[in-house]
Design a binder for this molecule. Structure first.
Ligand code: ATP
Length: 146
């Protein structure tokens, strides 16, 4: 569930002194959402992991989850180093890494977002990122019901 992924994750962010702001609203009277729970947890984990890895000391991660009658919306926003606009169109490509030195030290190979995009596509959804260098990044996912 979203809850267990976020709980596990908050332990990690505590260690890095990064605060996790959890704004999850899942109650809209109709809880039915069809999806592969394991994959959706993996998706959430990839986005939170990046928000942690590329954050600044004492930064913040905001997780927003909303349900509407038509879709599930997930937003992960960080206060990290950001992504230059010329790199932004490529971050969902396999093995594409913007911050190479940092990625290597934290074990990244540039697959996380490619997997995230694949999971979103498999659910018929959309994923996009907005970013400002030095200010932070927001990744937004929309998944249709059914
Ligand atoms: P891994 O395969 O372990 O996920 P990774 O983090 O390098 O490694 P991706 O998750 O695919 O790979 O991300 C691709 C690149 O996009 C990263 O190397 C990083 O440079 C950049 N990036 C991704 N998320 C963020 C973020 N929240 N803030 C800044 N840069 C990011």
């Amino acid at each position: 569930t979203v809850e267990s992924t976020v709980m596990a994750f908050s332990l990690l962010s505590d260690k890095r002194e990064i605060s996790l702001v959890w704004d999850v609203q899942l109650t809209d009277g109709d809880p039915s959402f069809r999806g592969d729970e394991e994959r959706l947890n993996q998706l959430l984990y990839i986005l939170l992991d990046n928000a942690l890895k590329y954050n600044k000391p004492e930064g913040e991660i905001r997780l927003e989850v909303r349900k509407t009658p038509q879709e599930l919306q997930i937003g992960v926003t960080d206060t990290g180093i950001g992504i230059p606009s010329e790199d932004l169109p490529h971050i969902f490509d396999r093995f594409y890494r913007v911050h190479k030195g940092r990625s290597r030290s934290s074990g990244g190979v540039g697959l996380g977002l490619a997997i995230a995009a694949w999971i979103v596509k498999a659910h018929g959804g959309r994923i996009r990122a907005e970013s400002r260098v030095g200010e932070g990044t927001a990744v937004k996912v929309t998944l249709p019901r059914q």
